[in-house]
Design a protein around this ligand. Structure first.
Ligand code: URA
Length: 219
């Protein structure tokens, strides 16, 4: 199944209670071959209306932040853990996450991004497979088996709590460093070179990654 076929398959998904309240499934948007993917929590009102992730206020802030680090929405791929809007934008319930998460993982498998940026607690916990608070892990690099995970604060959190605007911008500045390291690793290492094995959940701080860190981004 390719990405478009997965989207079509989910178009009329009835696997959880969210099907009854949604306007439409919000599958994902952007470059199906993106090297960088962003994952949010769940669609809100405007996303549910338009069928596109991150088009409301948080989406506008995300677009600005992306542009501030030289990324355009068209070059990346954006999706959510949950593909249907929860009623009144409530938090997704654990069984909704369990039902929908396999489709996010399938999207990641099909897109094959090198770097996945999780926005906020839900996306970070879903992808890390651990109940860890975003404030503990934001701005850190996690080598997972198929991609590098980089958790950031959720833009909606910064809209609701003004004191998180600075920290959110800091996360994007760290992301810029990660992107620069990716680009540098690619110019230094030919694509055919062997990739050193890396531990499942290795973690290091930016900006001084150990040499193995550079291998995270080889193609
Ligand atoms: N819009 C989305 O698509 N996802 C979020 O997590 C928040 C707003």
């Amino acid at each position: 199944m390719n990405l478009a076929e997965l989207g079509t398959f989910l178009h009329d998904c009835q696997q959880c209670r969210l099907a009854s309240g949604r306007t439409q499934v919000v599958f994902g948007t952007g470059n199906p071959q993106a090297r960088i993917m962003f994952v949010g929590e769940a669609p809100g009102y405007y996303e549910d209306q338009q069928g596109i992730p991150f088009v409301g206020a948080a989406g506008k802030l995300l677009t600005q932040l992306l542009e501030s680090v030289g990324l355009s929405r068209s070059e990346i791929y954006i999706a959510n853990v949950i593909k249907c809007r929860p009623p009144n934008n409530r938090d997704p319930l654990p069984d909704e996450v369990e039902t929908c998460k396999p489709y996010l993982l399938q999207q990641i498998q099909l897109i094959k991004p090198k770097l996945v940026c999780s926005l906020g607690n839900f996306a970070t916990q879903a992808l890390l497979g651990k109940k860890v608070g975003i404030t503990k892990v934001r701005g850190q690099v996690f080598q997972l088996s198929d991609f590098v995970l980089f958790p950031l604060l959720h833009p909606a959190a910064a809209l609701h709590q003004g004191n998180l605007q600075g920290p959110l911008r800091e996360d994007f500045q760290k992301l810029k460093q990660v992107l620069d390291e990716m680009a540098q690793a690619e110019t230094e290492t030919p694509a055919s070179s062997p990739v050193a094995p890396s531990p499942l959940h290795s973690q290091s701080s930016i900006p001084s990654p150990p040499p193995a860190q550079m291998d995270l981004f080889e193609s």
